[in-house]
Ligand binder design. Structure first.
Ligand code: C5P
Length: 251
């Protein structure tokens, strides 16, 4: 089935209260495919936010970016499975044992609860990182795109469903890990919006054109004076990019 513009959009609910989150979900559920709960909202309101989103008929992406010993991450993942979240994230730098243990326990827990296993995605390098931070602070000498690719291969081999990755990496990741390996873009910025603390950004239209399966957007929508209009502008941009791809296919 052909994907619609809405299927590409994940809204980051980076707010502090349940009231603000619910107001965003109610206003924007017609425009997005999933609502992403991150550390800001989760540490303020806890797992009740999952139920709120589910009760509104929407899907939950929990971006907890787990990075701990295998047993701890796997058990936390199993708790998320039982709560019916649709997607959650782990840091690939937690290593293949942490990832494979988590995937295995998530599969077993989903089976036991009669639920579908959530998609589990890997975070390679934060999009707020540039080459300087990686090389000078973290002391990784690889080129940032090569490093993201190496981490994505670990993610694939350890059983993850996909990765959150920056603009430059998507084509090489799809080539190395297969076209069904999900690539989610967490740093999409329309040209009319400020970049904030993101470094490696891409416009929503170019993200779709580059081959991303979904894009995450927060502040360009949540901080806009008219949130619905901001979301609609982004959907129009994605739609235009999809149409262009269709036309190119027929040439
Ligand atoms: O407000 P903004 O559009 O920058 O929100 C981006 C969201 O994506 C934030 O919730 C952030 O935590 C998340 N994210 C990211 N970079 C990653 C992974 C997730 O910015 N590599």
């Amino acid at each position: 089935m052909q994907k619609e513009a809405k299927d590409f959009l994940i809204l980051a609910l980076d707010v502090d209260t349940m009231e603000e989150a619910q107001s965003l979900v109610r206003e924007l559920k017609g425009c997005v495919s999933q609502f992403k709960v991150g550390l800001q909202l989760y540490t303020s309101v806890g797992p009740d936010v999952f139920k709120m989103i589910q009760d509104e008929g929407s899907k939950v992406f929990f971006d907890g970016k787990f990075h701990d010993i295998p047993n701890t991450v796997a058990k936390a993942g199993a708790n998320l499975v039982a709560k019916g979240v649709d997607v959650f994230t782990v840091h690939i730098k937690g290593g293949s044992k942490m990832i494979s243990t988590t995937v295995k326990l998530a599969r077993e827990t989903a089976k036991r609860c009669g639920l579908e296993r959530p998609k589990i995605l890997g975070v390679s390098i934060l999009t707020s990182f540039g080459q300087r931070t990686l090389t000078e602070e973290i002391k990784v000498n690889l080129n940032i795109d090569e490093y993201a690719l190496e981490l994505s291969k670990i993610a694939k081999d350890s059983g993850l469903d996909g990765v959150l990755s920056a603009s430059a990496d998507v084509a090489s990741i799809k080539t190395a890990c297969g076209k069904d390996f999900l690539c989610i873009c967490p740093a999409a910025r329309p040209t009319w919006s400020v970049v904030n603390d993101q470094v490696r950004v891409i416009t929503p239209g170019n993200a779709v054109k580059a081959g991303f399966d979904k894009i995450i957007i927060g502040r360009p929508i949540t901080s806009a004076p008219d949130r619905l209009q901001a979301a609609q502008l982004i959907l129009d941009e994605i739609e235009a990019s999809l149409l262009m791809q269709d036309e190119e296919r027929f040439i």
